[in-house]
Design a protein around this ligand. Structure first.
Ligand SMILES: [Zn+2]
Ligand SMILES: [Zn+2]
Length: 722
């Protein structure tokens, strides 16, 4: 009799054993359908010795596999990656496997899907909801549920529109082949230095060996053109490439650059895909037909058939760290995947993270440097504006020096960018009469005013409310005042100062889809925008030759809160946004507004002393035993009941093992003491580099029990300290 061990998609269960019926064959990696209670669900056959089961079932009690999918098996390197990720990040292996199988629909082998789209027939009388739905859906199509989400209405509203003929069903093919990018389509003209670096990468791809490389060069130095040559080599060899980007908003400009070089766009993978697109992409990736995939971090776990190159672009970005579910860091997992696949991995960055620099210092990663900016462009000059002397007018946020600089820029017909990493109009609303502050009922956070949407919103849980006419505390009318600026408020100030100038606000509220991002890029390039006001979304990836002035509205903002990477992150962010200025033939200028020009971060920026900044930062981390010189892990205990969260956290704290080289801090209320209605307590584990902290935590928490209403999440190598 033949039995197999199957890891199912149910994260609450361990691996289960099944019988392979006569005539069926299932190897490790095979994607199978298994019975579980009255239901059936998908899973992957695993080597039993690598996936121990704590409930061995006798042969006579085994149930039969239902079937084996006609899909390529999950290959050995990906199975090893899933094991490694589960082990390192203390996550259930099934939760990691889910990211590889991506969605149950990917397994569905029907060749068509039914989607819905507007017919253009608009009935005479429409309810406000139906009107809203039709307006928001526009040209888009998708499943009923997808359209309902886009339109922010119930499924019933969409079905009602189908019934009256305003929306129709269409059949779409999900196995149309993807066009093949052509490595010889438009080879670039590289400088001598670029060619030398590109050749090293091309040789790595050719040799098919694990080779981690930091590709380091200032913004505008041509990193993309250089790693494209490695992509071209993988294409020539018939292999697959994965390019990871930190933000979905960057996908669109990337696709266009890629198309310019290779004649066709690559396969895109991100959360904005429709189910049918997701299915088509997954199957093409698994069959090896999708040669180049560009995607957000979730693309990392897809079942590439013949992966020959991984690129992590903007590798320093903290958005590569997943903050819920499996708390993995895509940059680090990308390196592990490359190791298991035996292929090169390129981490590209103008401002590499200290963790990455340390790997170079240790000799684990090779560093390739690109000198200067490509072509005639020069790095912009950075100067500080001391807000204690050069003060903005009352109730305003832009200093006279910055206003003058914008004026000069506009008069030359050039574009300006104002950067403030804060969405909305104002971060805090209070009552001028009684001092009442609007706080989210579910979180320890202020409600942020969004004037464009006419509402107050919590940025942590999404709770919204209409801005009240009178104070809910004292009842005073028209007493509410906005405190501090968000990008919308800066845009208002710009409108007041430069009424003729054409403005754009760029945040995740306005650029929420690749199409919106593409529209923005188009308007910038056509010169239809004079002044951009944006959050970190505009700091990277874009290339606008006519953008010559960057104003950083509040350089002190990122330093508040003070987690261990605050200074590094501020430095990277301002360097990145500064890199948007003067990318063409015209020189760029960067003005940084601050209350403390002598702060080390600001001083280093102005002196353009990148190495000095990193050295000082690295030393202080070393002194503190902070990452990458020591290790951290956060244990977050949460419950809707504050008492319960506190009790369990204290019990876990008391049970902390005494281990040489490890300290446990807390429990203490997490900085975000309440989030989405749950009270949160935090323990922080600090350990020596060499200590197997996962192993310690695994047996420590394994010995503890807590009620189902309590959640205990472990974040290994945490990036967020809220
Ligand atoms: Zn009041
Ligand atoms: Zn909230």
């Amino acid at each position: 009799m033949s039995r197999v061990r199957v890891l199912t998609l149910n994260a609450a269960l361990g691996p289960l054993d099944y019988r392979v019926p006569y005539g069926m064959s299932a190897e490790p990696g095979s994607i199978v359908l298994v019975p579980l209670g009255p239901r059936q669900l998908a899973g992957v056959v695993w080597e039993p010795e690598r996936m121990p089961s704590d409930a061995e079932v006798g042969d006579n009690r085994l149930r039969n596999l239902v079937g084996v999918y006609d899909l390529p098996p999950i290959a050995d390197p990906l199975r090893r990656l899933i094991e490694w990720t589960a082990d390192y990040y203390l996550a259930p292996p099934a939760a990691v496997l889910r990211m590889a199988l991506a969605s149950a629909s990917a397994l569905d082998d029907r060749r068509t899907a039914i989607e819905y789209r507007a017919t253009g027939v608009v009935p005479d009388r429409l309810t406000p909801q139906r009107a809203q739905a039709l307006e928001r859906i526009g040209e888009r199509q998708g499943l009923v549920r997808e359209l309902a989400t886009i339109a922010d209405v119930s499924d019933g509203v969409i079905r009602g529109l189908v019934k009256i003929g305003a929306i129709e069903a269409v059949e779409v093919s999900v196995d149309d082949p993807y066009p093949l990018p052509d490595p010889e389509h438009a080879p670039p003209h590289l400088s001598e230095a670029q060619t030398a670096v590109a050749n090293v990468l091309v040789n790595d791809v050719d040799a098919r060996v694990f080779a981690p490389t930091l590709l380091d060069g200032v913004t505008g130095s041509g990193k993309t053109e250089v790693y494209f040559e490695a992509v071209a080599q993988a294409l020539r060899q018939g292999g697959q490439t994965l390019v990871l980007l930190p933000e979905i908003a960057l996908t669109e400009p990337f696709l266009r650059r890629f198309e310019g070089r290779f004649g066709h766009t690559p396969v895109a993978w991100h959360s904005g895909l429709r189910q049918s697109q997701r299915r088509r992409a997954w199957r093409a990736i698994a069959s090896g037909e999708a040669k180049v995939t560009v995607g957000a971090r979730s693309a990392l776990f897809l079942p590439y058939r013949d992966l020959q190159l991984i690129v992590v672009d903007e590798a320093h970005e903290t958005s590569f760290k997943q903050e819920d579910g499996v708390h993995y860091h895509a940059r680090d997992v990308a390196v592990m995947r490359a190791r298991f696949e035996g292929c090169p991995v390129v981490l590209a960055s103008a401002t590499p993270a200290i963790e990455t620099r340390q790997q170079v210092t240790l000799g684990n990663y090779r560093e390739l440097k690109l000198p200067g900016r490509y072509g005639v462009a020069q790095m912009p000059e950075i100067a500080a504006i001391d807000l204690t002397e050069d003060r903005p007018e009352r109730g305003h946020w832009l200093a006279p020096t910055l206003v003058t600089a914008i004026e000069e820029t506009l008069s030359r017909g050039e574009q300006a960018l104002l950067f403030l990493n804060r969405r909305g109009y104002a971060p805090l609303t209070l009552c001028r009469h009684c001092g009442h502050r609007f706080q989210c009922p579910n979180c320890t956070a202020w409600m942020v005013e969004h004037r464009l949407l006419a509402r107050l919103q919590c940025h942590h849980c999404g709770h919204v409310m209409a801005p009240p006419k009178k104070c809910p505390e004292c009842g005073e009318e028209d007493s509410l005042v906005a405190c501090g600026p968000g990008v919308e408020r800066i845009a208002d100030e710009v409108a007041e100062l430069f009424p003729e100038a054409r403005r754009a606000i760029v945040t995740s509220d306005t650029l929420w889809s690749p199409a919106k991002a593409a529209e923005f890029v188009g308007r910038m390039e056509a010169g239809d925008i004079d002044i951009v006001v944006g959050t970190q979304l505009v700091t990277k990836g874009y290339h606008f030759p006519n953008l010559t002035l960057v104003g950083v509205v509040d350089a002190d903002l990122g330093l508040q809160g003070g987690d261990l990477r605050a200074a590094e992150r501020s430095f990277q962010q301002i360097m990145q946004v500064a890199g948007r200025a003067g990318r063409g033939t015209k020189p760029g200028r960067v003005l940084v507004q601050t209350h403390d020009p002598s702060a080390p971060v600001i001083a280093a920026l102005i002196a353009a002393d990148v190495e000095g900044f990193y050295e000082a930062e690295t030393e202080s981390r070393r002194d503190a035993g902070a990452p990458p010189f020591g290790r951290l892990a956060a244990i977050i205990v949460s419950s809707e009941d504050q008492r319960e969260a506190t009790d369990v956290a204290q019990r876990i704290g008391k049970a902390a093992p005494k281990v040489e080289g490890m300290e446990v801090f807390g429990p203490a209320p997490a900085p975000l003491a309440m989030l989405r209605g749950r009270h949160r307590m935090r323990l922080l584990v600090h350990a020596r580099r060499a200590l197997d902290v996962q192993d310690v935590i695994r047996s420590w928490l394994g010995s503890q029990e807590w009620p189902r209403s309590v959640r205990v999440a472990v974040d290994v190598d945490p990036y967020s300290f809220v």
